[in-house]
Design a protein around this ligand. Sequence first.
Ligand SMILES: Nc1ncnc2c1ncn2[C@@H]1O[C@H](COP(=O)(O)OP(=O)(O)OP(=O)(O)O)[C@@H](O)[C@H]1O
Ligand SMILES: O=P(O)(O)OC[C@H]1O[C@H](OP(=O)(O)OP(=O)(O)O)[C@H](O)[C@@H]1O
Ligand SMILES: [Mg+2]
Length: 282
Amino acid sequence: MLRIAVPNKGSLSGPATAMLHEAGYRQRKESKELVLVDSANDVEFFYLRPRDIAIYVSSGKLDIGITGRDLLLDSGANAEEILQLGFARSTFRYAARPGTATQVADLGGMTVATSYEGVVAKHLADSGVDASVVHLDGAVETAIQLGVAQVIADVVETGTSLRNAGLEAFGEPIMESEAVVVRRTGADPAEPKVQQFLRRLQGVLVARRYVMMDYDIRVEQVEKAVALTPGLESPTVSPLHHEGWVAVRAMVPTADAQQIMDQLYDLGARAILTTGIHAARL
Ligand SMILES: Nc1ncnc2c1ncn2[C@@H]1O[C@H](COP(=O)(O)OP(=O)(O)OP(=O)(O)O)[C@@H](O)[C@H]1O
Ligand SMILES: O=P(O)(O)OC[C@H]1O[C@H](OP(=O)(O)OP(=O)(O)O)[C@H](O)[C@@H]1O
Ligand SMILES: [Mg+2]
């Protein structure tokens, strides 16, 4: 049975559970459930703190986990990301009151508050900067107002938390993060159960990122139309009963669908339809 770690709290928890549910796995109904067996799919889910997940996976007690890239790196665990999941996207940055610093090189002798001590200590050391790091569990933006540090290093998404605290990000971002699937470094990548799990999640990503597009077009214009909708491999082109016309079917990125429909219409395509993809295996 495949043993999988799922975040039980925070920004990762809801989207991770939703993605697993979309991939056809049973998920817990209430947040007090810590372990759930999905016997139909031969999988056992462990709901754990996001910060601990890479550690469980690196120990080999669990086969696979979903966590954030920033948390994986901060843990220093012997685990690697094997699939990017596209949610909980964030940037990890230094921030301070305006005028404090413009780059990491300015931080010598200062104190940096963060929940990601591993990442920050390494970044300072790699940058050759001698600064102190103080670990706080959360709400680190307030550490400056309360005089615990001059600088923070934290997750930034919209920047609202920084603005509300009167802080500004500075310097190059330390890293970009998103939710990832992690596995113990060196574990067999061809393990069939793991491959099947990854294919299911990839299927959800495809279903979310693409729509199916159908349209009718005159034969003379089909090459131009197909250039707009090349599909993943190649679009399906079928003859219509009405001579001189063909029907085309191709997957297109959801984000571009409306623009492509306009361009197809201008080429003379008609009956242009998009439909959602419910699930996929590529
Ligand atoms: N506001 C946010 N937007 C996008 N991603 C975020 C945000 N806050 C945290 N993350 C990401 O979510 C992951 C989990 O972080 P964390 O466990 O701290 O979640 P949280 O939402 O901050 O919950 P908690 O209430 O436990 O602090 C990290 O990879 C982090 O980069
Ligand atoms: O740029 P923003 O959109 O404002 O998002 C970033 C904020 O979100 C997270 O905080 P969270 O709410 O998880 O609280 P925490 O600091 O206690 O973890 C993160 O630690 C930042 O504070
Ligand atoms: Mg947080």
